[in-house]
Design a protein around this ligand. Sequence first.
Ligand SMILES: Cc1cc2nc3c(=O)[nH]c(=O)nc-3n(C[C@H](O)[C@H](O)[C@H](O)COP(=O)(O)O)c2cc1C
Length: 323
Amino acid sequence: MTKNRVTEILGSEKPIIQAPMDWITDAKLVAAVNAAGGFGFLAPNAGQTTNAKSPAEAVSRMKNEIEQTKALTDRPFGLCVLPGDPQTDQFTAPMVDLAIEEGVKAIAYVGDRLIPELFAKIKDNGLILIYRALNNPSVEQFKTAAAMGADMVVVTGFDHGGDLPYKSISTLELIPQVVDAVDIPVLADGGIADRRTVNAVFALGAEGVYCGTVFIASDECPANKTIKNFIVSNNADSLVLFRGAPSPYYRSIPTTLALKLQQMSRQGAANEEIGKLMRGAVRNALVDGDMENGLATLGNGISNIHAIRPVKEIIDDLTHDVA
Ligand SMILES: Cc1cc2nc3c(=O)[nH]c(=O)nc-3n(C[C@H](O)[C@H](O)[C@H](O)COP(=O)(O)O)c2cc1C
């Protein structure tokens, strides 16, 4: 099965989506994913190593990264937004406008806030809307997003890398529930890192996979080598879990900071108190490889990643039995 509803909607060869990952999914990675037949997403800090000083600077940097992506690939790609409170969110509207102006194919709309005007803007301008819930990946949330016009939903299990949801429901548990509840394609997110995990989620009714961690261990990913080496020489058992903010839970490689936050979490510190100490830490780990003050939020799929490989090899492996 090479073509299905996901490849048809996205215009890719294979139903493999490289998920957005903050600092480390840039033009080069997206272009490599596209060349290998997948579909890549730029994340909010794509191609950057420092924080933008204003929303305008963030948009201008993203415009530059989109142009670099277009220079490296003729194939379509996507952009990620994390809509906040419309009264205070200064990033989402200009990023969506930029995506429209630049002819970006798809928006990964990530978050628990389902804003009808934003859905309408994305859809009315002909972009594909892929919805991923952040803290609350519930069946009801996906049904609402589908009814509001989402083209696909990303079902995030607790195994995944990045901000973790309130409930510790695994990818394998959640996918069939959502597949039964919506008519649009379901993308599986969380712990998918080899052909066996792809086969498993396809058997449950997913029509594509939305993978992050497996692409960190690629030659083309700009993540620091320390993080890549950690992934290939450890398994999920080595990762530490703690409460935090803004999301309720995080999982990280055991840096000095992660171990401290785990201890605070176990001793009952408030999520917000832990969240304050997390600021800037993901950048420190992913960009600088800082094993003291960094946090690298990886998925449990690291257990099935054993080598740093070219993106093409990763995608060929993921699709070995399905494409
Ligand atoms: C290091 C890292 C950074 C991430 N940053 C973002 C982000 O900026 N925006 C977002 O929507 N999701 C982010 N995610 C989540 C991914 O988009 C995706 O949902 C997740 O990686 C899939 O699970 P997996 O890592 O088990 O494949 C991040 C994930 C990781 C591992």
